[in-house]
Design a protein. Structure first.
Lengths: 285, 412
């Protein structure tokens, strides 16, 4: 018995010391920037982990929707508006509701599925579950490219699949879900733009446009990008000429994105201009 | 600031917020040690994201801080990976914490669906059922129950709730064969037929916990009236509303037409009849709004006021004063499923004063072209308003509604 107790004690000591050493080794990192690169990463393991994260994330989202299928009041409003849009056009929605300001991306996708024959509820739920699940591999790629490590990517994917807030968004019909999906894509391409090719900034801008046409809060990316570019230029992390060109690529991407969205969803230009004119001539909607 | 911080924490989930801060500090310490500058960028970005939420923008819901999910997930992943061979333990611990949070059953997770099911089944053989719910549940109840829904401002005060409900039920009981009242109540208080002065079958048909913390229940009551309730009479005395019968009308003036045409209104022309002594605000109308004095099939006399909209449209009466209490009466008719409401605006003074809005009576049209007679007694003291002047406001939230014989009389 004594021998056994000693053995257990030794094991506990070893585990505690090992954990403490690992903890303090955090202060002795040898990496560069955000890099967490490790030698001989087991690629297959992390791919399997990504697969497990996607499957468990999708299962969790579907399970939560079946357990608590009651939608939020905004969700029903979005479904009603999408249904009206599917029978008419986005221009009609602007006339139908005073000062209709909801950006068109999510409603546009739902009305497209309604036109294909889905019920509004099915279209809304499937699209949101899909958007929530798609975010998991995108987080993997962001983690992988930002930290130079598949392990970090797989960890980010797992965290995205279990995060209660993300699960809650996906199991409902919410514009936040689409905003976060497109913001994640924008972030991924911005990281790739800095790490690999400048042209990726165009895609970053393109998805930024999709993000703020899902929810205007995503416009926050613009000042954050400006701040990032200014910091990189001042600290000479990148030459200012490169940053200037990258900025132009990014803005071009935004313009292409906005025009593309307006064309495919048939959004009239008044949707963007009317609030400004209305404010000027005092007849704000 | 504390409130904003609380919302940011909720936006990325409490567990992730803690690990995000830990990851942030780890990265900062490492950068300082290695004499690198990237940590300044991270601080700048996080401060920019947090500061405008703290100091500039007053945001109402944690959803407005959803962008914080990115640093929360990525910095947590960074911190976990830095623990090298312990990272999988941290992932499992975080996974368990998240699962506990996700799988915790929400008391109100199926509440409205269950209530709507019961209402739908219960009203299956009724011709004109009506359910009365608070504004926040209106769309959902309509969606799940497929019964006509009348929203009302649900107060937390029991007496105010009873007052609002009794006015609504008294004015709809003659036109609906089953009324379902959905409201949230503490465990110890219950609504009864006597509370609401109702004669008929009043019964609680569904009750479920809606908030575990506050011990509040979501109750559904059913009311079947016994026989026909006598119609209200037109109150006698001097009518405080000028042109309450809408018999006097004029053409829309050019200035108003100009504003309306600027906003691409299709309906209003130089032949549209405007109700004399009443006013409209063109900014309150959407493009499809129609407001006119109509001589087609009037409710009484030769003309009635017609309002039609797919969104809120409003008309206002002249100013009047109430001595103590006032009796209100009007006739309305409209298309089925139209939603209107009668609001009293209270002003301290006639000019340059923001009114206090008192939503007195929401009205649902249950049958096409059925004439409804509405009446209620209005006591300003009950609503705690102090202003001397009042105006009557008619709203049509959607559909088409005719108004006529609008009468407000001081009660002696």
């Amino acid at each position: 018995m004594k021998k056994f107790t000693e053995k257990v004690w030794e094991t506990v000591k070893k585990v505690v010391i090992d954990f403490a050493l690992t903890f303090f080794s955090v202060f002795d990192w040898r990496n560069d920037g955000f890099s967490c690169a490790e030698k001989n990463e087991n690629k297959a393991l992390y791919r399997w982990l990504l697969f497990a994260a996607i499957v468990s994330g999708a299962f969790l989202r579907i399970f939560i929707f079946y357990r608590e299928p009651q939608l939020g009041r905004d969700a029903i409003y979005y479904l009603n508006m999408s249904e009206i849009w599917s029978k008419n056009s986005f221009a009609y929605l602007l006339e139908y509701k005073r000062g209709f300001y909801i950006p068109p991306v999510m409603l546009g996708f739902i009305q497209f599925f309604i036109r294909l024959g889905c019920s509004p509820l099915t279209a809304g739920v499937i699209l949101n579950l899909l958007a929530g699940t798609l975010m998991i591999p995108i987080f993997y790629l962001i983690g992988k490219y930002l930290f130079d490590s598949r392990k970090a990517g797989a960890t980010a994917a797992f965290l995205a699949s279990f995060n209660p807030v993300l699960v809650d968004y996906s199991a409902n019909i919410m514009r936040e879900n689409f905003m976060l999906l497109f913001m994640a894509l924008a972030l991924l391409f911005i990281i790739l733009g800095f790490r690999k090719k400048d042209i990726c900034f165009t895609l970053g801008g393109f998805f930024t446009a999709w993000a703020f046409m899902s929810r205007y809060e995503a416009l926050e990316i613009l000042p954050l990008m400006l701040l990032t570019f200014a910091f990189f230029a001042i600290c000479r992390i990148f030459p200012w000429k490169k940053l200037f060109i990258d900025g132009i690529w990014f803005l071009a991407g935004i313009i292409i994105g906005v025009v593309f969205i307006m064309l495919i969803f048939g959004v009239p230009i008044e949707f963007l201009t009317e609030p400004f004119y209305a404010k000027i001539d005092g007849t704000l909607l | 600031m504390g409130e904003a911080l609380n919302k940011i924490i909720k936006a990325c989930f409490e567990g992730f917020f803690g690990t995000m801060i830990a990851g942030w500090l780890f990265y900062t310490l490492q950068s300082i040690r290695k004499n690198r500058r990237m940590f300044i960028w991270l601080w700048l970005i996080l401060f920019a994201m947090a500061s405008w939420r703290f100091f500039i923008h007053n945001f109402y819901s944690p959803r407005y801080a959803a962008i914080f999910l990115f640093p929360a997930i990525l910095l947590t992943a960074y911190m976990m990976v830095k623990f090298r061979k312990w990272w999988w333990v941290l992932i499992i611990v975080m996974g368990i914490i998240c699962c506990c949070k996700i799988l915790r059953q929400d008391a109100s997770g199926r509440l409205l669906i269950n209530a709507a099911d019961i209402i739908r089944k219960n009203s299956a053989n009724k011709k004109h059922p009506l359910s009365i719910v608070n504004y926040k549940d209106k769309l959902r109840m309509e969606f799940y129950s497929a019964v006509q829904v009348l929203p009302f401002n649900e107060s937390k005060e029991f007496s105010e709730k009873i007052r609002a409900l009794s006015k609504i039920i008294a004015n709809h009981a003659n036109y609906s064969d089953a009324i379902y009242i959905c409201c949230e109540m503490p465990h110890d208080s219950k609504i009864t037929g006597e509370n609401l002065n109702l004669n008929g079958d009043f019964k609680l048909i569904y009750s479920a916990l809606s908030s575990r913390k506050k011990k509040i229940y979501f109750n559904v009551y059913r009311y079947y009236r016994k026989g026909k309730i006598s119609s209200p009479a037109v109150p006698e005395g001097k009518n405080l509303i000028a042109n309450g019968g809408f018999e006097e009308s004029s053409l829309f003036n050019k200035e108003l037409l100009q504003i309306l045409s600027k906003r691409r209104h299709k309906f209003f022309t130089d032949k549209t009849q405007y109700p004399v002594s009443w006013s409209i605000n063109p900014r309150d109308c959407n493009i499809q709004t129609e407001i006119e004095v109509s001589a087609v099939d009037p409710l009484s006399g030769k003309k009635s006021l017609r309002l039609q909209s797919t969104d809120i449209c409003e008309v206002y009466s002249n100013f009047f004063t109430i001595n103590d209490k006032a009796e209100f009466y009007c006739r309305i008719r409209g298309k089925e499923n139209s939603l209107a409401s009668i609001i009293l605006l209270n002003y301290e003074q006639i000019r340059n004063c923001r009114p206090v809005s008192i939503p007195v009576l929401p009205v649902k049209i249950l049958q096409d072209d059925q004439i409804m007679e509405l009446s209620f007694l209005f006591d300003p003291a009950e609503y705690g308003v102090t202003g001397k002047y009042f105006r009557l406001q008619f709203n049509v939230d959607n559909g088409e509604v005719f108004f006529d014989d609008v009468t407000v009389v001081n009660k002696k």
